[in-house]
Ligand binder design. Structure first.
Ligand SMILES: Cc1cc2nc3c(=O)[nH]c(=O)nc-3n(C[C@H](O)[C@H](O)[C@H](O)COP(=O)(O)OP(=O)(O)OC[C@H]3O[C@@H](n4cnc5c(N)ncnc54)[C@H](O)[C@@H]3O)c2cc1C
Ligand code: FES
Length: 511
């Protein structure tokens, strides 16, 4: 991993003002508890606080520095290829609502940026989904037509689209945008406080009791009593409605690159998943953000995915330097539409927003609008399109079966792996088996071994070593753990337990 390019840090998390909201240190009662201070949670909190509702936001880490602080940060209603599938899968009306909700999400971000004077590099840009594959041109043309057909600012174009190469075909959306997401969210958090809301960081919610008066329990033992609870923790850590089988977590990668020559001015994604956009560099000039190389969490050699992006960038551009690299993951729903609404069909007061499919800024803002209305007791006209309890069309049911089979396979395959603690090189990790038990063993740069239980505390799959981020990642639902066992990302809420080693190079003691 030492040969990977760039500083391993998100440009967004690194260059936004820090936040230092305190941890929750007493029990409190509010109208609404929002769990998670990303785009979905903070926007919901702001909408509610501004309407006179008493709100608290609890974040396990720092606001705006979860997934929302590690993306490519395009704010758009053009989501790769979506509308043709939505029209054929769920019908024209749902496709129309999806587009309208996302355009409204984009407009809301533009409005808050202006009204609250948030300095977040917000710029209007055209957004393109293009193809270099002749056999995909018809699909791209259909997408442009389907999007235009449901009222979106879409056209089909060919040839030059502002890249140093010509494309076979592209969908072009006008008046889309890009921004600095963490600066934006730090500004939204300030506005939540300004409107009377409370924010606590370093406060992980571990349990929620549903009822007339909901109860949220934090890891440190503190409690929040609330009329409603919004679970906006990215992957919901509570599953009362089969989310674990309806979303899967995919990881993707970003490089911030300085190039010689003109940096492309639009926003782009190709049908192979490579993403491009420009961004003002911290020291002046423009950076090119090169993203993509997705895979299911815990099911790849992660470092190789960074290398793929580096090769792609160098083949296409005259690269002067690679300044930053980062990666994160998002939840992919069965039918391309996020799940927004009740956490479970019988749950009246616990609501959720998840499954943004790597298009979370406009979608997450639209989700917040739906959730704020639900708390106030009215059903937003978009609500049924995003209904959190839907299973979806037959094609989605097939994906459901495939996802479950994948998780099932992981439960079995991962228990058959074998490794040796003494063979783990510095900076690396491996799963070591002793009888029926397994340990996640990492050797640090000083040569010391650290052993943890390899069993994910969520539902017991065996974690895998992430070769790029030096973490333990779960292939089943995407939980991630640090080398000391801390939870980096849910749905897990409990750390991996330490395991004792008999000696510096010996096998771990069985569970
Ligand atoms: C590589 C990549 C690129 C992307 N690029 C784009 C893009 O260009 N445009 C776009 O629209 N979308 C993009 N996305 C998707 C977008 O970033 C996400 O959909 C969105 O940020 C998710 O927001 P969120 O609020 O759901 O989650 P988050 O931003 O992760 O917020 C959840 C918060 O909850 C906190 N939390 C977690 N568990 C708990 C708990 N138990 N208790 C309390 N707090 C908790 C976390 O600390 C976190 O701050 C991209 C995604 C990836 C993977
Ligand atoms: S994330 Fe579900 S078992 Fe690990």
């Amino acid at each position: 991993m030492d040969d990977l390019p760039g500083t391993p840090a998100s440009l967004w998390a690194e260059t936004a003002p820090p936040t230092d909201y305190p941890a929750l240190d007493r029990d409190i009662t509010v109208d609404v508890a929002v769990l998670g201070g990303g785009i979905a949670g903070l926007t919901t909190a702001l909408l509610l606080a501004r309407s006179g509702t008493s709100v608290v936001v609890l974040d396990a880490g720092r606001v705006g520095r979860g997934v929302s602080g590690y993306s490519t940060a395009k704010v758009t209603s053009l989501h790769s290829l979506t509308y043709a599938d939505l029209v054929s899968g769920r019908g024209e009306q749902h496709a129309r609502v999806y587009g309208e909700a996302n355009e409204a999400g984009l407009a809301t971000i533009a409005r808050y940026t202006r009204e609250l004077a948030i300095d977040c590099d917000f710029r209007r840009r055209p957004n393109f989904t293009y193809t270099e594959e002749e056999q995909k041109v018809d699909q791209v043309r259909e997408e442009a037509e389907a999007a235009a057909g449901v009222g979106l600012p879409s056209s089909f174009v060919q040839g030059q689209i502002g890249l140093p190469w010509e494309v076979n075909g592209a969908v072009r959306f006008e008046e889309q945008a890009e921004f600095h997401p963490t600066k934006y969210l730090v500004g939204i958090a300030q506005a939540v406080r300004g409107a009377g809301g409370q924010i606590y960081e370093g406060t992980r919610a571990v349990a929620v009791d549903d009822g007339e008066q909901c109860k949220v329990r934090a890891e440190n033992g503190r409690e929040v009593r609330a009329g409603h609870v919004i679970v906006a923790t990215h992957f919901p850590f509570l599953d009362r409605s089969g989310f674990f089988a309806r979303i899967h977590a995919e990881r993707s990668y970003v490089l911030a690159v300085r190039i010689r020559g003109q940096v492309p001015q639009g926003m782009y994604i190709d049908t192979a998943g490579h993403s491009l956009r420009s961004q003002p560099a911290p020291g002046g000039g423009e950076l090119l953000l090169v993203g993509g190389a997705s895979h299911k969490v815990g099911q790849a050699d992660e470092a190789e995915h960074y290398r793929h992006l580096e090769r792609y960038a160098r083949e296409r551009f005259d690269v002067e330097s690679i300044d930053y690299r980062w990666s994160t993951q998002d939840n992919i729903p069965l039918d391309k539409v996020p799940y927004v609404g009740k956490l479970a069909p019988f749950s009246k007061r616990v609501l959720v927003a998840t499954g943004f499919r790597k298009w979370g800024y406009a979608n997450g803002t639209a989700a917040a609008i739906i959730l704020a209305d639900a708390v106030k007791g009215s059903e937003h006209p978009w609500a049924s399109t995003f209904d959190s309890s839907r299973l979806g069309p037959p094609s989605a049911a097939a994906s459901f079966v495939k996802e479950n089979a994948n998780v099932g396979r992981r439960f079995v395959q991962d228990r058959l792996k074998r490794g040796s603690a003494s063979a783990v090189p510095p900076g690396e990790g491996a799963i070591v088996r002793e009888g029926l038990h397994q340990a996640a063993v990492h050797r640090d740069d000083n040569g010391d071994l650290h052993a943890l239980s390899a069993r994910c505390t969520h539902m017991g799959c065996i974690v895998q070593w992430n070769t790029a981020e030096r973490s333990w990642d779960c292939p089943c639902h995407g939980s991630r753990f640090a080398t000391d066992g801390r939870v980096l990302q849910g749905p897990a809420v409990a750390p991996l337990e330490p395991r004792k080693l008999r000696g510096p190079d010996s096998e771990p003691v069985p569970e």
